[in-house]
Ligand binder design. Structure first.
Ligand SMILES: Cc1cc2nc3c(=O)[nH]c(=O)nc-3n(C[C@H](O)[C@H](O)[C@H](O)COP(=O)(O)OP(=O)(O)OC[C@H]3O[C@@H](n4cnc5c(N)ncnc54)[C@H](O)[C@@H]3O)c2cc1C
Length: 454
């Protein structure tokens, strides 16, 4: 049996490779780093988290929790590793990004059924079982090949990276620790601003110089990841309703809610660096240090990384993909991760897991079974394959993507609890019958049950 060819050992590709191997299916995993770097990755590790270190809320009965819970139940390698690299972040699941990527790389490298090739892939062979998981920064040559294969042009937009500061450069006498509405532990550093400080910051931000746009890059920001200066341009108060929202963040020293707040989230287990939450921007580095040092507590901040902006590449999922993430016209080719039209780390891992399960089924001579619509997995894929193709935009997992309950339930919390319960029941049904070799080892052609050795 020929191996499944997986292109890209990021979040989706690593998880996909693991799922194939768990089912006894041989994998060739192609990763171009470090031979050819990307503008955002800083290491040659697999599954590197390029910006925030948060895998979003892990509060029960939220949509990101449901997606993660389904992954945990499906035996996700990356969720298992995330669980042992946790750093405090209130109700969010945040990880030490270096340990996380190192452990994923080690686990994948130890797996005898996975052969790693450190090379850029530039050609796709339609008859070879392939998962394309090259992410938002897919290399140019492969992008052209995908455009050729899909018969359509790519859509481009931009994502931005938030700045990171060294912890001991923050003036702790001017800030306070708190979690919004006291939910979870008080892990965030909050920099409070008075009206005068906010106005001063706002004016400086608006007059700051941006990085020049290159001709080939037409700025077309994704609404949920706007640069702060772009949000600010929409009105003097827009930041106070977005990344500088003060509600639920009472300053314990004054007993009052500040006029505006900048939140900083711990970056690593050593707690020696913090990122400015939601402060992705497109300003020149010198301008960033000038403007961000106007924030109380950050007057002498040392920046470990400045905000940046990058291209995002994704295909038109509704036009090209089936619910099993196979191409409609080339069923041996799968797409997973950000490139298939999802947005976010967790969503990328989830689609990698699905593509791995489906490709393994095909490799074993079975038909892939789509995940039920009522699950978080199924809803995400339903969006990717059924949203309007004319103006398709990638999506995060939210309750909006899940189908409404048949019975009307007025209480929002109760409704969500029921949706999650139903989703997990349906998901279990899929695990029992739809995931092939692992769920029913006896029926697999090459089935061999493996345990994570972390
Ligand atoms: C700058 C930036 C910041 C982001 N910040 C966040 C964030 O804070 N939170 C969040 O939830 N999401 C964020 N995202 C979105 C997304 O969740 C991440 O990009 C995520 O890593 C996507 O996972 P992936 O597996 O699809 O791609 P990746 O993790 O990027 O993996 C793709 C891999 O494919 C490799 N590759 C590319 N082309 C080739 C080729 N031709 N041959 C071989 N290998 C190739 C790359 O080197 C890379 O290792 C961000 C994206 C970008 C670009």
């Amino acid at each position: 049996m020929s191996p499944v060819r997986i292109i890209g050992a990021g979040l989706a590709g690593s998880e996909a490779a693991w799922q194939c191997a768990r089912r006894g299916v041989l994998v060739e995993l192609w990763e171009m780093r470090p031979v050819r770097p990307t503008p955002a990755h800083q290491t040659d590790h697999f599954a590197e988290l390029v910006c925030s270190n948060s895998l979003k809320s892990d509060t029960e009965n939220t949509a990101p929790w449901l997606l993660k819970e389904e992954m945990r139940r499906a035996g996700s390698l990356l969720m298992e590793i995330a669980g042992v690299c946790v750093v405090p972040a209130g109700h969010a699941l945040a990880v030490d990004r270096v340990t996380f990527a190192r452990k994923v790389t080690e686990a994948i490298s130890r797996e005898p059924l996975i052969t790693i090739r450190r090379e850029e892939v530039t050609r796709i062979h339609e008859d070879e079982l392939t998962i394309i998981a090259t992410g938002p920064l897919t290399s140019d040559a492969l992008s052209q090949e995908i455009a050729h294969l899909s018969g359509s042009t790519h859509l481009y937009f931009h994502d931005s990276i938030s700045p990171i500061v060294e912890a001991d450069s923050i003036d702790m006498s001017k800030v306070y620790m708190a979690a919004r509405y006291d939910r979870g532990t008080a892990d965030y550093i909050n920099c409070p601003l008075t009206k005068e400080e906010y106005d001063h910051f706002y004016d400086a931000l608006l007059s700051a110089e941006s990085v020049e746009e290159r001709d080939w890059e037409k700025l077309n920001y994704f609404e949920s990841c706007l640069p702060i200066e772009e949000i600010a341009r929409r009105g003097r108060d827009t930041l106070r309703f977005g990344p500088m929202k003060p509600v639920g963040l009472k300053d314990p020293r004054t007993g009052r809610q500040p006029y505006a707040v900048v939140q900083l989230r711990q970056e690593n287990l050593r707690a020696d660096s913090y990122n400015l939450v939601g402060f992705q921007n497109h300003l020149k580095f010198g301008e960033q240090s000038r403007v961000l040092r106007l924030i109380p507590g950050l007057e002498n901040a040392r920046f470990l990384r400045y905000g940046q902006i990058h291209r995002n590449t994704y295909i038109n999922g509704p036009a090209l993909l089936r619910e099993t993430l196979q191409m409609k016209h080339h069923p041996r080719i799968f797409f997973a991760g950000q490139i298939c039209g999802v947005e976010g780390y967790v969503e990328s891992i989830a689609t990698g897991l699905m593509a791995g399960v489906h490709a393994a089924a095909l490799a074993c001579g079975s038909d892939p079974v789509a995940v039920p619509r009522a699950t978080a997995f199924g809803s995400l894929v339903h969006y990717v394959t059924h949203a309007g193709a004319d103006n398709f935009q990638p999506a995060n997992i939210t309750f909006d993507l899940l189908p409404p309950l048949e019975a009307r339930v007025r209480d929002r919390q109760q409704r969500r609890r029921l949706q999650c319960k139903l989703a997990l029941e349906e998901f279990q049904g899929w695990l029992d019958v739809g995931t092939g070799a692992l769920a029913r080892p006896g029926r697999a052609k090459l089935g061999c049950r493996r345990r994570a050795n972390l």
